[in-house]
Design a protein around this ligand. Structure first.
Ligand code: NAP
Length: 252
């Protein structure tokens, strides 16, 4: 990747939680940020405000990553307002209330796959069009936010979500190989149990408290601890690292 003073990064699902922490950390490291969100415009605008307060540059762009045309529109807004993209963090992800596989419906499974997997594919496609050498780009870096669920399977909670994260791991491996000679590194971070509002979507806001004694480090993780791994993978410090996974999970 060609070195750029103020690289441009798109972070999907950056209005709160892990995505917001990544946006703020990258802004501190002089990235210009697209804070993508789906529903919570006020929260996204607040992240933009926090970035501006520390002297950074950011825009909030609405796009549901489950909808192809909205992703295409987001990338074109970034082209116009921030310039050539250098980094993509596929962070947006959803899960639904805890249940067993015997109670899953096709509608639920498909919604998860469309957001977590298809959304990641289409964001990658738009980034590839802009960043590969063969398309006249300057290279770049992609980090996918997977989960330890991809390895552990999330039994009796959300195997559908875990399977979507297994797909993220496979995308990371395949795409890293496709793009290795095109100036683009592709890696993934697999968070363990992190303090965010996502657990409320699973129907158990206090999930971290219930499970923390099972984590070898005896605590949940914080969004900024995930963000640091993402920042390293995006940076030139990881210049020979592609198709790799960093578990940020306290030992499990
Ligand atoms: P979160 O607190 O629930 O935040 C989710 C973010 O994604 C929000 O900014 C939300 O924006 C956005 N989003 C949701 N659906 C979207 C869509 N269709 N299009 C665009 N944006 C969308 O989640 P989190 O805990 O920070 O998780 C971030 C990532 O880390 C996810 O991929 C998750 O699977 C992964 N992860 C989390 C944990 C954990 O313990 N928290 C563990 C492992 C992996 P709006 O509110 O504006 O809709």
């Amino acid at each position: 990747m060609v070195r750029v003073d103020h690289p441009v990064a798109i972070i999907t699902g950056a209005s709160r939680g892990i995505g917001a922490a990544i946006a703020l950390l990258l802004a501190r490291h002089k990235y210009k940020i697209c804070v993508n969100y789906n529903k919570n415009q006020l929260a996204a605008q607040d992240i933009v405000r926090q970035i501006e307060e520390i002297g950074g540059a950011a825009i909030a762009v609405q796009a549901d990553v489950a909808v192809e045309e909205q992703i295409v529109r987001m990338f074109s807004i970034v082209d116009q307002k921030l310039g050539q993209i250098n980094a993509l963090v596929n962070n947006a992800g959803i899960l639904f209330p805890q249940t067993s596989v015997e109670h899953l419906t096709a509608a639920r499974i498909n919604q998860i796959l469309q957001t977590n997997v298809t959304g990641t594919f289409i964001c990658c496609r738009e980034a590839i069009k802009r960043m590969t050498y063969k398309n006249g780009g300057a290279g770049g870096s992609i980090v996918n936010i997977s989960s330890r669920a991809a390895v552990l399977g999330s039994p009796h909670e959300y195997v559908d979500y875990a399977a979507s994260k297994g797909a993220i791991d496979t995308i990371t491996t395949g795409l890293a190989l496709e793009l290795a000679d095109q100036g683009i590194r592709v890696n993934a971070v697999r968070p363990g149990i992190i303090y965010t509002e996502m657990h409320a979507s699973g129907g158990e806001a206090d999930r971290v408290e219930r499970l923390k004694s099972k984590i070898p480090m005896q605590r949940g993780g914080y969004p900024n601890e995930v963000a640091e791994a993402v920042y390293w993978l995006l940076s030139e410090k990881a210049s020979f690292t592609t198709g790799s996974f960093i578990d940020v999970a306290g030992g499990r």
